[in-house]
Design a protein. Structure first.
Length: 168
């Protein structure tokens, strides 16, 4: 995955539309499914918890399938990019302890993965207006910059690919 420039206003607007659409479709479809099941299979005891639960589960699964298929739609580009970015950052985060140890020892791939993580996190936090923890990110970036200087490494973020993480 490569970092891309995303218009924050467009992203927030489209994300809000996706959120509202998901909430509305989940509510309507789960009620429709559960009420249909209750109509055809009424319970003698009056408890329809299992039909209501099944309605929510079926609706959630359907929603995930629809979102996955709509991921390539032109109106979903920004939202899908952030979705993919979060998944990529999560992969790096799971290996962060090993990456930090390797980067401290001068491993260029580890430094590259950390650099991608820091730049991606910075972009993500700015898109989501989550700048509270930006100081800790800047501290981590400074530490990485020190290692880059110490080991005379040049990091090109465009060379990052998730296969780099396989070594860790």
């Amino acid at each position: 995955m490569q970092l891309q420039i995303i218009d924050k206003k467009v992203y927030r607007s489209r994300l809000n539309i996706v959120i509202v659409a998901c909430i509305a479709s989940l509510a309507v479809s789960s009620l429709a499914v559960s009420q249909t099941l209750i109509h055809f299979f009424p319970s003698e005891t009056g408890s329809h918890f299992h039909w209501n639960l099944l309605g929510v589960v079926v609706s959630a699964i359907t929603l995930v399938i629809v979102l996955t298929r709509l991921k390539t739609h032109p109106k979903m580009v920004e939202v899908a990019y952030v979705w993919d970015l979060k998944q990529s950052l999560n992969l790096i985060y799971r290996k962060s302890r090993k990456l930090l140890a390797a980067a401290e020892q001068g491993n260029e791939d580890a430094m590259l993965a950390l650099h991608f993580s820091y730049e991606g996190s910075r972009q993500l936090w700015q898109l989501d207006d989550n700048t509270i923890t930006m100081t800790s990110l800047n501290d981590a970036q400074s530490r990485l910059d020190g290692w880059v200087k110490d080991y005379n490494v040049t990091l090109d973020i465009t060379r990052y690919h998730s296969d780099v993480l396989n070594a860790f």
